[in-house]
Design a protein around this ligand. Structure first.
Ligand code: NAP
Ligand code: F7E
Length: 332
């Protein structure tokens, strides 16, 4: 039997790499969309390179998306590509809208033109709840985004719903709460902290500058969350789902767990930097994933403490391997 084909945009990112691994395990032929760069940003998928196909296209370029979908003719498309760092969205608000908002329409148009039977997953986000109107947040909670990123993602969410309702596309929007891993970008708070702890542990740094320690998030493990993306596209009918752990923790709690894992006192190293505070903050996110549990049979497997400790251990090990005299060469 011919393998089912999946196309992943954003395959070089955190989620793209875990989703590619998961779909390969399920027997899919996996094609990743990559944008042109003068150096190859393929670190997270280096271990998969022989088993996946990479093809060039860009969310900013309509024709490239049409050609790509026509060439690959996937059964499923996972749209994970976006400008995903919230602070950058204030500095590059228009570009964020081009990738993260209008880019979704460009991809949906390509699907509609080439083959409206292709199933599509849109990477939506808890940032669309922003200044949360209720706790916990679920699929019917009113939206109130608090950054250009959140606003752009809300457009992406609604255009996905609209193409489903207008053209009958099998289009699902996954409203995923924060999810992390040892492959998380170092600019996001979880990885910034675990990388900082590892650097301090190895004597490479003495302090770690952070912004708002009071912000609260519902943090889960990326490896668990990509399974939910796939499950959404295996249902009889398309729908939107909140994916979350149901727990909320502060950045301060995250810091305490991370430093304690390395046997360090966080108060001796963490420095508050007002420049890292945001023009408008999302104070408290906590998701209610009961619909996903009921309909998809999905539930998270890795808890908050286990996640942060996994990330600290991985970063400490990575520096141990890279440092001279370790007797080991190369990074993770
Ligand atoms: P990430 O690590 O920042 O990866 C983003 C990916 O998008 C990278 O592969 C990047 O490619 C690609 N990309 C950016 N602009 C592009 C363009 N114009 N054309 C083609 N590719 C482009 O993000 P992530 O954490 O894996 O998140 C995956 C998706 O889920 C994103 O849409 C994010 O906004 C959303 N999301 C994430 C979370 C979370 O907690 N992680 C929660 C909810 C939703 P390069 O390698 O070339 O830069
Ligand atoms: O910030 C606070 C910061 O950048 C979390 C993206 O994947 O998840 C992510 O967005 C919290 C915020 O993630 C620092 O103010 C304190 O309250 O790790 P973050 P995010 O903004 O929640 C959502 C679901 C997405 O969709 C996004 O794509 O931590 N914080 N001090 C800090 N944050 C950072 N980055 N750096 C600090 O020094």
């Amino acid at each position: 039997m011919t393998a089912r084909r999946a196309l992943i945009t954003g395959i070089t990112g955190q989620d793209g790499s875990y989703l590619a691994e998961f779909l390969l395990q399920q027997g899919y032929a996996v094609v990743g969309m990559v944008r042109r760069a003068s150096t190859e940003p393929f670190e997270r998928i280096a271990h998969l390179r022989e088993r996946i196909t990479l093809k060039p296209a860009d969310l900013l370029d309509q024709a490239s998306l049409i050609h790509l979908v026509r060439e690959v003719r996937p059964h499923e498309i996972y749209n994970l590509a976006s400008q995903s760092f919230v602070p950058t969205s204030w500095e590059q608000a228009v570009l964020t809208a081009e990738f993260t908002a209008v880019g979704v329409t460009r991809l949906l148009e390509a699907i509609r033109l080439v083959d409206p039977g292709i199933r599509v997953y849109q990477a939506s986000t808890s940032e669309i709840f922003g200044k949360a109107q209720e706790v916990p947040q679920h699929e019917r909670t009113p939206f109130y985004p608090r950054s250009p990123y959140g606003v752009a993602k809300l457009y992406g969410h609604w255009i996905t719903v609209n193409y489903r309702e207008s053209y009958g596309l099998f289009a699902c929007s996954g409203i995923l709460f924060n999810h992390e891993s040892p492959r998380r970008g170092k600019e996001f708070v979880s990885r910034k902290v675990t990388d900082g702890v590892a650097r301090i542990k190895h004597g490479l740094a003495t302090e770690l500058k952070l912004g708002n320690l009071d912000a609260r998030r519902d943090w889960g493990y990326a490896g668990d969350y990509v399974k939910a993306m796939w499950l959404m596209l295996q249902q009889e009918s398309p729908d939107d789902y909140v994916i979350a752990t149901g727990e909320t923790h502060s950045v301060r709690e995250l810091v305490q767990i991370a430093f304690a894992r390395a046997g360090l006192n966080w108060r001796a190293h963490v420095v508050e930097d007002l420049a890292l505070k945001r023009p408008a903050e999302v104070d408290l996110l906590q998701g209610d994933a009961s619909k996903a549990k009921r309909v998809l049979g999905w539930q998270p497997e890795v808890g908050f403490r286990e996640l942060i400790e996994m990330m600290v251990d991985a970063d400490i090990e990575r520096y141990a391997e890279a440092l001279p005299g370790s007797g080991r060469s190369g990074g993770r």
